[in-house]
Ligand binder design. Structure first.
Ligand SMILES: [Zn+2]
Length: 149
């Protein structure tokens, strides 16, 4: 029995897929319900992640802790969407902005409660948690003085 010329087949490349346990992001969703916005912070190198990440992309640590964000944001850029994607075709035109929070993380969210003519790069806004009428959890930027409804 010779094994010198054994036929061989190439195996498929092995891909590793990770299941991120719900428990690792549950706190984030629970927080939104309570009106709080959480980011994750790496216990090892201090990197801040928003949306929260279960692992640190910077130092690969899996030890992260939850930190509540201050909600104070400065608008860095925004865009007004007139031609909506089909999933939003029932909605009015809306504005999407990127705001930099005091903690340094950048957040992409809808900007509501402003007249489009008021929206300026560098203006302050507040990041708030939002529960929509169909119980969908999200977050958006609103004017600073608009704390309730
Ligand atoms: Zn880290």
């Amino acid at each position: 029995m010779s094994s010198a010329s054994m036929p061989a087949i190439k195996s498929k490349p092995v891909t590793v897929s990770q299941d991120i346990p719900v428990s690792k992001t549950l706190r984030f969703w629970e927080g939104l319900k309570e009106g709080k916005i959480y980011a994750t912070k790496c216990c090892q190198c201090g990197s801040l992640y928003f949306p929260p990440a279960a692992d640190c992309a910077n130092c690969l640590s899996t030890k992260v802790e939850w930190v509540e964000l201050s909600s104070e944001a400065e608008i860095e850029t925004f865009t007004h969407i007139v031609v909506r994607p089909t999933s939003f075709s029932q909605r009015k035109p809306y504005t999407v902005a990127i705001g930099k929070l005091k903690e340094g993380v950048k957040v992409l969210a809808w900007l509501t409660g402003f007249k489009l003519s008021q929206v300026k790069v560098g203006m302050k806004a507040k990041l708030v948690a939002k529960v929509s009428s169909d119980a969908e959890l999200s977050y958006e930027f609103v004017p600073l003085d608009k704390s309730e409804g």
